[in-house]
Design a protein around this ligand. Structure first.
Ligand code: ADP
Ligand code: MG
Length: 632
């Protein structure tokens, strides 16, 4: 214990030093955010104390007037930000201030571009708040004592942001944390109280605790009292409890920057008070850009749960389903008990009901946004793949989410290279006699667009959805129909387009098929180890052959995806379908030399593999065969 009393010096983790460096260089033009970040931490600390005190009143130590106090000393060139929140013990200071405890740090560094605007945005999201003190200070002193500990458990932390910090145990009677910034030469503007007030209004009006400052002489009428008068600078009421009519867009946007840890304004928000069996208020924001950790397993931010204005916890999947993890904001419930564990909260029926209600509201917001095509396109680009997860994850809302999906398509006069086609659009322009929603899955948009499977659809003007994201394979394995119309892969099973569009001359067809039958037999004999069978098709108009999966087998695209992520995939043999009208097929029909038939048949198969976007098993052999045939 006593050894803690003298000053010890520690080194920051390398990442912290790197981060400090980076911040100072990319955020130098936006220094004022240091105050937002430090106030935000003070407010979090007050929230935490209020929550812990709800089960142990003694933590208030007789002082439950939670607030933040900001003091300027022009002579010493310091700003002090003091809170009477939860405070920190020695270990907490080491863990919270000296390290970046979050995983994803590496990914964070990888995403930095060197473009300061973009990087500043990332830094905001990453939440390196405390270190922003070094934007304006060349020395930072933090003194703190955790609520519930005695005065001799105070801690002083100090650093000049140069890679080291010192730590000592001190006497501190006041609970909470006090941060003193020794301002840099170029940060003198922040000694002006009007400047600080401006920043507080801009960023912290909504903080639900008073932020107090000494009133400056020119702002009070009574000159004598001005010396000591203390004023509350911010609105100090929870923004979401105020009526919509009182709130400006700017209020909403500033609050978002605080709860969403974002630098940019949000794309949209919803603010509603719900009264039914359960009463709650939600203020949910849709960010403009996907958070950098959207695809990490442990993305940090989410929706904050409050109970009657008291912060309870940051939630991940408790208030909104996982596929809506990009949403930010606050839900404040009147029904949940304050003093129960997270586990009990998660199982409470009120929580269930809130989650259900909030999900509905968010989906309704997306539906509303879908009326504005260009807005929705932006949204879809950022979050479309999350909605696809929703179809898989959220059974109750499946049809509704399916209605929000957008795809590229081909074949039809109104089809689109961009993901703008909804299933409803598709169904609305299905041809006379068409009963199914056709789609193709492929590795890329180009591979889908150029697939030989599309040929007959193009010819007949039947629209085909082009599914080229990895998640699409899972999507179609969960979404079997929309609006009563089954979804059908055009690369699976035998194709029957009879009854759609103009009929083909079936007599001429039968004649052709009869002629091609022996060719199919010849090819089948050569490829029997590689394909299930060889059959004649009329789905092709330009290509000689294509691969088709059986209705019940996994698609070749899915097989490729599974293998590429190192999973076992059943090795299913495809069916080779040949186009009886193609000159190559006629040519093979005329060959008598077995060796030549084998070469042509193999090449036909390898071409079909290539057209799927895959590589033939023996690429060099393929090239040799093509060259030999070209030269011959
Ligand atoms: P974040 O707020 O996103 O966690 P910060 O860098 O702003 O990141 O703060 C790091 C941590 O330091 C906080 O999570 C908190 O545990 C601790 N901390 C910072 N300021 C205070 C404070 N005023 N009172 C208590 N703890 C604090
Ligand atoms: Mg913070």
């Amino acid at each position: 214990m006593s050894e803690n009393h003298h000053k010890e010096t520690y080194r920051f983790e390398t990442e912290v030093t790197q981060l400090l460096d980076l911040m100072i260089h990319s955020l130098y033009s936006n220094k004022e955010i240091f105050l937002r970040e430090l106030i935000s931490n003070a407010s979090d600390a007050a929230d935490k104390l209020r929550f812990e005190a709800s089960t142990d009143d003694s933590l208030y130590e007789g002082d439950s007037d939670l607030h933040v106090y900001i003091e300027v000393n022009k002579e010493a060139r310091t700003i002090t930000i003091r809170d009477n929140g939860i405070g920190m013990n020695r270990d907490e200071v080491i863990n919270n201030i000296g390290t970046i405890a979050r995983s994803g740090t590496r990914q964070f560094f990888e995403q930095l571009t060197g473009d300061s605007k973009n990087d500043a945005h990332l830094i905001g999201q990453f939440g390196v708040g405390f270190y922003s003190a070094f934007l304006v200070a060349d020395k930072v002193t933090l003194e703190t004592r955790r609520a519930g500990l005695t005065a001799e458990h105070g801690v002083r932390w100090e650093s000049a942001g140069d890679g080291n910090y010192s730590l000592e145990t001190i006497e501190r009677s006041a609970r909470g944390t006090e941060i003193t910034l020794h301002l840099r030469e170029d940060a003198g503007e922040f000694l002006e109280t009007y400047r600080l007030r401006g920043i507080i209004h801009k960023y912290a009006d909504h903080i639900p605790f008073p932020i107090r400052m000494k009133a400056s002489a020119e702002e009070t009428e009574d000159g004598k009292e001005a010396e000591d008068a203390i004023e509350t600078v911010n609105q100090a009421s929870a923004l979401w409890t105020r009526p919509k009519s009182e709130l400006s867009d700017e209020d909403y946007i500033n609050f978002y920057k605080h709860v969403g840890h974002d630098y940019e304004p949000p794309m949209r928000w919803i603010h509603q008070r719900l009264e039914g069996k359960y009463e709650y208020t939600l203020l949910l924001y849709l960010p403009k850009h996907a958070p950098f950790d959207l695809w990490h397993a442990d993305s940090k931010h989410g929706v904050k749960l409050y109970v009657r204005r008291v912060f309870i916890m940051d939630t991940n999947e408790d208030l909104l389903p996982k596929y809506l993890r990009f949403m930010r904001g606050v839900i404040d419930s009147n029904d949940l008990p304050l003093n129960v564990s997270r586990e009990i909260l998660q199982k409470s029926p009120a929580m269930e009901a809130i989650k259900k209600g909030a999900t509905k509201r968010v989906l309704a917001m997306f539906e509303e946004m879908a009326k504005d095509a260009s807005l929705y396109k932006e949204f879809w680009q950022q979050f479309g793949n999350c909605l696809k997860e929703g179809v898989i994850e959220d059974f109750a809302n499946k049809e509704r989410i399916a209605g929000l999906l957008r795809f590229a398509s081909a074949g039809h006069a109104q089809s689109s290279d961009e993901p703008t086609v909804s299933l409803k659009d598709y169904v609305g322009r299905m041809l006379e006699g068409q009963k199914k929603i056709y789609y193709i899955t492929a590795e890329s948009l180009a591979a889908a667009q150029h697939s030989p499977h599309l040929e007959i659809f193009r010819k007949k003007g039947i629209e085909v959805l082009l599914l080229h994201d990895r998640i699409d394979e899972w999507l179609v394995s969960h979404l079997h129909e929309f609006d009563g119309k089954p979804l059908q892969s055009i690369a699976k099973g035998e194709l029957d387009l009879s009854g759609i569009g103009e009929e083909e001359d079936s007599e001429a067809r039968a004649e052709q098929d009869k002629k091609a039958e022996p060719v199919a037999d010849k090819i089948r004999a050569v490829l029997q180890d590689k394909v299930k069978t060889v059959r004649i098709t009329h789905r092709l108009t330009e290509s000689p052959a294509c691969l088709v999966s059986d209705e019940m087998d996994i698609s070749t695209n899915m097989e490729r995806i599974l293998k590429s992520v190192g999973q076992d995939a059943p090795n299913v043999k495809p069916v080779l379908e040949i186009n009886p009208e193609h000159p190559l097929i006629t040519r093979i029909g005329g060959l008598t030399d077995d060796q030549a038939v084998a070469e042509w048949a193999n090449m036909l198969f390898e071409q079909a593999v290539l057209a799927e976007g895959a590589l033939p098993e023996d690429p060099a052999g393929f090239v040799r065969r093509v060259n030999a045939l070209l030269a011959g």
